[in-house]
Each structure stands twice: as structure tokens, then as C-alpha cells.
Ligand binder design. Structure first.
Ligand code: HEM
Length: 524
């Protein structure tokens, strides 16, 4: 007979005591986390944390809505729970700068395996440390101002004449699709040096599928973009990086971020075989192009970034192809959406549209086919203000994603190794304390001498549409040139009327939800 016999009351007592002890213990642990000064934040709902509120805000025309609310409660650097992970978020320009400047030391950008496999491991976006520095240096060199003037200016305008100047009178246009087509044509033309129309069209189609795949969640089932990118994508040649990217990237970067936070590679492993097959097809196609360039150039400077890479840099074929894929991913959606948003903002601000039209009318050449010079471009002062304002108000890269490579101390906070850190760039761009009437489209603000320092996007803490530090966008100047040329040719050849209400959303990537449907009238 046992001496220890419990009645039901005793059991209830033991259970209650255990629950209380567990509660006290958990509170103590929470307090311990408090003393280690992990940035404060709420836990949100079980499992999903703040995920829904985060993405609901990102899908709205004002993506920083959620982080603004949280920063009012917890401070400019706070934590929240996204897709089951604790993430440190910053709307503090100083901390954002600190994170970007410490790329490769305290922080690094990281992508899931499925994404790295798709865009290539040897590209600028996915590379780390010394390899990233080298590739970034090559990319910046390829697209510096002197090269834009000598290699890109003319070709960009030829693409505009082929596309934008061919819009018809009375045509109904979904401008979002048209801008995407223009941007992808620009990429194919300038990166691969392809000029034949049929080849550009073929490559553009494949790139387009590829970019969709990069910007999608890695679900390898029929009808999903990721599946198309891997199986079909590039099956005839190639089709964010990045990205997007851009990442889209990114950007596109909102998707990069979702990719990064979400359970890494769960589906990636299942799809590995298909993935490798499709990637091989893509690489094969590019490598063929590289080989024909090697033969064709024979020491002469080749066409496009690819031709110059082959001539000037000693890189193996696979590295060249990853490099090109990364650039296409990073440069395509970002540029296309900035063209689109600029037109959208101008449509809703007739005064700015009129001012811009005046600037471009003066530059318009008598002969329809004659091209603008570099001096013409340099004289586009108001156009530059429009581009800066579009990037501020509708910046495509709304946030960046980093991972702490070691325990990081910043002011009073300690961020543990491995923690994700999100510098929320657009929250700074839309902060009323930093920009007067921050939610209004006001290109003239950039003419104000008091904003001169802020405007310097290479170093400014308050204006970072192209990121900063070691990963500062190497295509920024090229993108600005492309957008300026698009505005010139679009404004001088067409007038338009918006047919359907529209609004911006940044989920799953930056877009206008109805694509911006317009009716065109050709201008003589
Ligand atoms: C308006 C257009 C663009 C915007 C807003 C933009 C924005 C950005 C941002 C914010 C980053 C930093 C990402 C990070 O730190 O994680 C970035 C990186 C990058 N961008 Fe752009 N970008 C644009 C156009 C382009 C173009 C046209 C190209 C090339 C053709 C390009 C190539 C790249 C590359 C290769 C990187 C990665 C650099 C690295 O990781 O070292 N971008 N871009």
C-alpha cells in the first residue's frame, strides 16, 4: 500500500501550483530578455505573430503603417514577430545607416537556398564578402556615368523609339504591362547587347517568366510562377535576380523579405531536381551567347554589359551568366515600377505634369528620329526632381533585409547573432518630421536649398532609395537615365486619360492594383 495517495483536491493543488510556477518562470525569462535589451516589441498572435498586420500594411498604398504604429509604442528600433521569427525593425535613419554601413561585418544580406539557386550563386546579390566586393565593383564600373554616356544613352533611346514612340492614337494601354515590357527590353538590349527585334522579343519573354519566378514564393506546382521560371523559364534562353529583388528584390524587395523570413527552402528541397534542370538550361543559353561574343569580339570591345564583361574581366562563363541574371532581376521591376509610379503621380498632379512637359518640349528635336545628347540629359533638372520625388513617395525598395552575423550592440540594444534586421527605408521617406507634407507628391521640394544635403542619395541618412554602404545599388545612375528617357519620349509623343481608378500596393511586389489603364492620344 502506498503512503502517497493523492486526492482530486491534491491533484488540483499540484496542477495549479505548477501553472503558477511556469508563469513566474516565463515572466522571469521575459524580464531576463528585457535586461539584455533586445529591442522591445509585442509578440502578436500565436504562431503568426504580426505577419498579417505587416503584410496588410505593405499591401496598402502606405506600407509603413504598421511599423509607424509600433514605433510610436516601442521606439524607432523595435521587434516584432514575422512568420514565426523575431525580427528587429528600424525606422531610425541613424540605425538604418549603421546597418547598411556594416554590411559584411556585423550584418549580411541573406536569401533562402531556393532563391539563390534560381538567380545564381555567383551574382552580386547573392555573393558575400570579397566576392561581393569584386562583383559590386565590376557592376559599378560597368554602369558609371562615363559609360552611360558612351554606351547606354543612344541604345536606351533606340529602345524608346521602338516601344514608347510606337504607341498608337486611341490605344487602350495597361501602362504597368507596357512599362514592364520597356524595362525588360532595355535590360536585354543593354546587358546582352542584343539588337535584333526577334531575339529581343524571345529573350524578353523568357526573362519575364524568370523575373516572375524570382518574385514568387517558391511553390513548384503547375500554374505557379516559380514552377514556370524553373521548368519553362529560360527553357528557350532565360527568363529577380534578384532583383528584386529585387530582389526584387526586392525590393520586389517585399518578396525578397518574405522569402527570407519564411521557412527556408521547405519547398525548395522537393523541387531541387527540376530546379537544377531549368537552371542548367538558362545557363546554357547564356553561355552560348557568351561564347559567340568571345569569338565575335576578338579583343574589340563588345556590345552590352555582357560583351564588355567578356572583354575586360577575367570571369568564368558561369560567373558571367550569374552576373547577368542578377542584374536583370535587380534592374527590371525596380525601373519599370518607378516609370509607372512617376506617370501615376504626374497624372494626379497636373501642375507637375505641365512643368515637366515644358522642360521636355524645349528638348524635343525637329526630326522625329534624332536623339537627345548627354548635355540635354544633364539639363533635365525638373525631371530629376520628379524621379527623386517618385522614389521617395513610391520607393520600390521599401525595406532591406539583413541578418546579424554576430551579437551586435547598438546604443542600449543588443541584437543576437542570427537575428533578422529590417531597415524600413520608406518609413523614413514618409516621416512628417523629416519631410514637410510627406504624403504629397511635391517634386519642387527637391529644388529647395534646405533639402540639398538630404537629396544626396549616395550618403544621405534621410533619403536612401538605392540602399547604401557596400550594397548601394550599382545600377542607380543607369535607372535614372532610363526613367528620364522614358518620361521624355512618353510625354513628348502622347497625352493620356486615366480610365479606371487605381491605387498602389507593395504586395506581392510594387504595383498599381488595376495596372493603370489609360487611353492614349498621339501628339503630332
Ligand atoms: C529605380 C530603380 C532601382 C531601385 C529603386 C533600386 C534599388 C536598389 C536597392 C535599394 C538596392 C540595395 C539592396 C540591398 O541592400 O539589399 C539595390 C541593389 C542592387 N541593384 Fe538596384 N535599384 C534600381 C535599379 C537597378 C538597375 C537598373 C540595376 C542594374 C541594371 C540594378 C542593380 C542592382 C544590383 C546588382 C544590386 C545588388 C548590389 C549588391 O548587393 O552589391 N538596380 N538596388
Amino acid at each position: 500500500m502506498s503512503v502517497f495517495r493523492f486526492s482530486e483536491t491534491d491533484l488540483a493543488y499540484v496542477l495549479t501550483t505548477s501553472i503558477i510556477l511556469a508563469f513566474v518562470f516565463t515572466s522571469l525569462r521575459k524580464r531576463k530578455r528585457g535586461t539584455s535589451k533586445f529591442p522591445p516589441g509585442r509578440k502578436g498572435w500565436p504562431l503568426v505573430g504580426d505577419t498579417f498586420e505587416w503584410f496588410a500594411a505593405v499591401a496598402s498604398p502606405h506600407p509603413p503603417r504598421f511599423v509607424e504604429q509600433q514605433s510610436k509604442r516601442f521606439g524607432k528600433v523595435f521587434s516584432c514577430s514575422l512568420l514565426g521569427k523575431w525580427v528587429v525593425v528600424s525606422v531610425d535613419p541613424g540605425f538604418n545607416h549603421f546597418v547598411m554601413q556594416n554590411e559584411g561585418r556585423l550584418f549580411r544580406s541573406s536569401y533562402p537556398k531556393s532563391f539563390r539557386d534560381l538567380v545564381g550563386r555567383n551574382g552580386v546579390i547573392t555573393a558575400q564578402a570579397e566576392q561581393q566586393k569584386r562583383l559590386h565593383g565590376i557592376a559599378s564600373n560597368m554602369m558609371r556615368a562615363a559609360k552611360l554616356r558612351s554606351h547606354f544613352l543612344r541604345d536606351i533611346q533606340l529602345v524608346m523609339l521602338e516601344n514608347v514612340c510606337r504607341f498608337r492614337d486611341g490605344q487602350l494601354l495597361v501602362l504597368q504591362d507596357a512599362c514592364r515590357k520597356v524595362a525588360i527590353n532595355l535590360m536585354v538590349n543593354q546587358l546582352l547587347g542584343i539588337t535584333s527585334e526577334s531575339e529581343i522579343n524571345e529573350m524578353s519573354r523568357l526573362f519575364s517568366d524568370f523575373v516572375d519566378g524570382c518574385l514568387s514564393f517558391p511553390i513548384n506546382l503547375p500554374f505557379f510562377a516559380y514552377h514556370t521560371a524553373m521548368k519553362v523559364g529560360l527553357h528557350q534562353s532565360l527568363n529577380h535576380p534578384i532583383y528584386h529583388h529585387h530582389f526584387r528584390k526586392i525590393a520586389c524587395y517585399s518578396l525578397f523579405a518574405a522569402h527570407q523570413i519564411c521557412a527556408k527552402d521547405t519547398l525548395g528541397t522537393i523541387t531541387y531536381t527540376n530546379h537544377v534542370q531549368a537552371r542548367e538550361k538558362i545557363v546554357n543559353k547564356i553561355v552560348k551567347t557568351i561564347e559567340s561574343r568571345r569569338i565575335a569580339s576578338r579583343g574589340e570591345v563588345g556590345n552590352g554589359v555582357l560583351g564588355r564583361l567578356v572583354d575586360e574581366e577575367n570571369l568564368p562563363n558561369e560567373a558571367v551568366s550569374d552576373f547577368i541574371i542578377n542584374m536583370i532581376f535587380a534592374g527590371n521591376e525596380t525601373t519599370a515600377k518607378t516609370m509607372l509610379f512617376a506617370t501615376y503621380f504626374l497624372t494626379h498632379c497636373p501642375k507637375a505634369l505641365e512643368h515637366l512637359q515644358e522642360e521636355h518640349e524645349k528638348l524635343k528635336k525637329g526630326e522625329p528620329e534624332s536623339l537627345l545628347s548627354w548635355e540635354d540629359y544633364e539639363g533635365m533638372n525638373f525631371t530629376q526632381c520628379v524621379i527623386d520625388e517618385t522614389l521617395r513617395l513610391g520607393g520600390i525598395a521599401i525595406w532591406l533585409m539583413r541578418e546579424a552575423t554576430q551579437e551586435v550592440t547598438y546604443e542600449d540594444y543588443v541584437i543576437p547573432k542570427g537575428c533578422f534586421v529590417v531597415p524600413f527605408l520608406s518609413a523614413v521617406h514618409l516621416d512628417e518630421n523629416i519631410y514637410d507634407r510627406a504624403l504629397e507628391f511635391d517634386p519642387w521640394r527637391w529644388m529647395d536649398p534646405k533639402n540639398k544635403e538630404k537629396r544626396n542619395w549616395r550618403n544621405s541618412h534621410l533619403y536612401t532609395p538605392f540602399g547604401g554602404g557596400a550594397r548601394l545599388c550599382p545600377g542607380a545612375e543607369l535607372a535614372r537615365l532610363q526613367i528620364a528617357m522614358f518620361l521624355h519620349y512618353f510625354l513628348t509623343s502622347c497625352r493620356w486619360t486615366q480610365l479606371k481608378e487605381d491605387r498602389r500596393s507593395f504586395f506581392p511586389s510594387a504595383r498599381l492594383v488595376n495596372g493603370f489603364q489609360i487611353l492614349l492620344n498621339r501628339r503630332e
